[in-house]
Write a protein that binds this ligand. Sequence first.
Ligand code: NPW
Ligand code: K
Length: 498
Amino acid sequence: MDILTTDEMARADQLTIAAGTPGFKLMRAAGRAVADVAGELAEEGAILVVAGRGNNGGDGFVAAAELAAQGRDVSVILLCDRATLKGDAALAAKGWKGEVLPCDPSLIGQPALIIDALFGAGLNRPVKGDPLIMIDAINAAGVPVLAVDLPSGINGDSGGVMGGAIRATETVTFFRPKPGHLLVPGRVHCGRLRVIDIGIDEDVLAEIRPQTFENNPDLWADAFPVPKINSHKFSRGHAVIVSGDIASTGAARLSARAALRGGAGLVTVASPRDALAVNAAALTAVMVRPVDTAAEFAALIGGKVSACVIGPGAGVGERTRMFVEAILAARRHAVLDADALTSFADAPERLFDLIKASPESGVVLTPHEGEFSRIFSKVDEKHPAVSKLERVRLAAQESGAIVLLKGPDTVVASPDGRATIAANAPPWLATAGSGDVLAGVIGALLAQGVPAYEAACIGVWMHGEAGSEAGPGLIAEDLTEVLPAVFRRLYDQLGIQY
Ligand SMILES: NC(=O)C1=CN([C@@H]2O[C@H](COP(=O)(O)OP(=O)(O)OC[C@H]3O[C@@H](n4cnc5c(N)ncnc54)[C@H](OP(=O)(O)O)[C@@H]3O)[C@@H](O)[C@H]2O)[C@@H](O)CC1
Ligand SMILES: [K+]
C-alpha cells in the first residue's frame, strides 16, 4: 500500500476539495469513522474526547456529536477557548451541543475510552506546557485510548516523539498510512492501526505519485521468482558467499544455507584454506572452494556466478576490501553486509565510486544502525534531523546502491527515490545471526535475477515472516528451516500452483 507523507496527505485533501468535495464533508466522514471505532472499543460506559485547536480537534467534535446522538455518555475537554476555533474545526464544534470542559487533567477521571484529538498532521513543534501535561495525564489514566489520525505528539513523517506522546490502544487514520505510523517509535504509540476511507478518490494518487510503500507482496509480486518446470540448478543462479577465517565461519554458513533455502540453484562458500576443513565438515549441499587471495577470488567469481554475499563474519580489513572491489569490478550482483561495509568506514567514497561505476550491477547494502552511521556519517552530518526513511533515501542517492537499514521498521530505498517500510518483523527476530540469514536470502534473489530493489524488499518481508513462523525463542538457524513454510504461504497468497 502507498504511504503518504503529511504534505502528500494535505495535497490529497486539497485535490479532493478542489474537485468539489467540501473539506467539512471529509471531516464529517473522519469524525464519524472515529465514532464507529470508539463504539466498538467501548460498547458501554463514558467516552471522553480531548480536542485540540485544529482540524484534528474538529474530527474529535464530530465524533463527540455522533456518539452523543447514539445516546452515549460523552464529554469534551478542549485545549483552547472555544471562541478561538477557526474554519472546519469551528464548524464541527458548533455541532456539539454539550458543555466544553477546560484543559484540566483532573477532569479526565476514569472513562471507558478516551478519544485523543489533540494534534494530528498539524503538529509542528515539540509539545510542552498544558498539552504535555494533558498527554501525560491521559497516558497515566490507564484506560483505552483511541487516537485520531496520529497519537498526539507523534510526528507523522518520522514517527518520532515530539516532547511527549499519547500511547494509544488503537489509531484511526484516513485514506493512507503515513510514515510515522510504521516507523518506530510511532508504530508502538499507535497500537493497532486502522486506515479508513473518508471519500478521497484514489485518482489523486496519480497526481501525487507517492514514492513510499509498505513492504508487502502486493508491491513486488510480479518480481517474485517462481521456478519453472524446466528450471535447473544453473538457471536458478549461483551465489558465492565469502567466509571469514577459522575463528569466524558460522556467519557465512548461515548466509549460505539461507541462500540455498532462498532459491539459489547453487551456493558456494569461498573459504580461506585455514578454515576449509571446518567449513567442509559443516556443509553438505553448499559447496566449498579454497580462496585466500583476491586473484583466486576473482577467478572463482569470474565463472558462472550470478551473485555474491560478503560481510557476515568476513573480518574488517584489506582482504574484505579487495574481495568487495573484485565483486564490483566483475559487475556481479552483490549484498554487502556487516564487515564489508565497516571495511570501507574510512573511505566510503571509494566504495560508492565503484558502485556508481556499474549502476546495472544491482548492489544491496544491508547495514544495521551502527554500520550505517559508520559508512554514511556524511549523510548524518549534512542532514542531522531527518527521519529514518529520509536518511536511507539520502544514503541510497549518496552510494548509488539499494540501501536497507535494518530494525523493527526496516527501510529499503533506491537511488531513484522509491522506498519501503516493513512492519512484519516480530521482536524476537533481533537475534545473533539473523542479519546473516537476511543477507543470504537477498543473495539468493539476486542470483535468480530479481532486480536489486525488489530483491531487498522481498528478502526483508520473507525474513520477517520467517521470524513470525518460527515464533518466540527462535535462533537464527530456525529462520532458514521455516523458509519453506513461508514460501508455501506466499505461493498460496499469490495463487501460484505447486
Ligand atoms: N485537511 C483536511 O481536509 C482534513 C483533515 N483532517 C484532520 O485534520 C488534522 C490536521 O489538522 P490541522 O492541520 O488543523 O492540524 P492539527 O493536527 O489539528 O494541529 C492543530 C494546530 O496545533 C498547533 N500546534 C502544532 N504543534 C503544536 C504544539 N507542539 N503545541 C501546541 N500547539 C501546536 C498548530 O497551530 P499553530 O499554533 O502553529 O498556529 C496546528 O495547526 C489531521 O490530522 C486530521 O485529523 C480530517 O478532518 C480529514 C480532512
Ligand atoms: K491525535
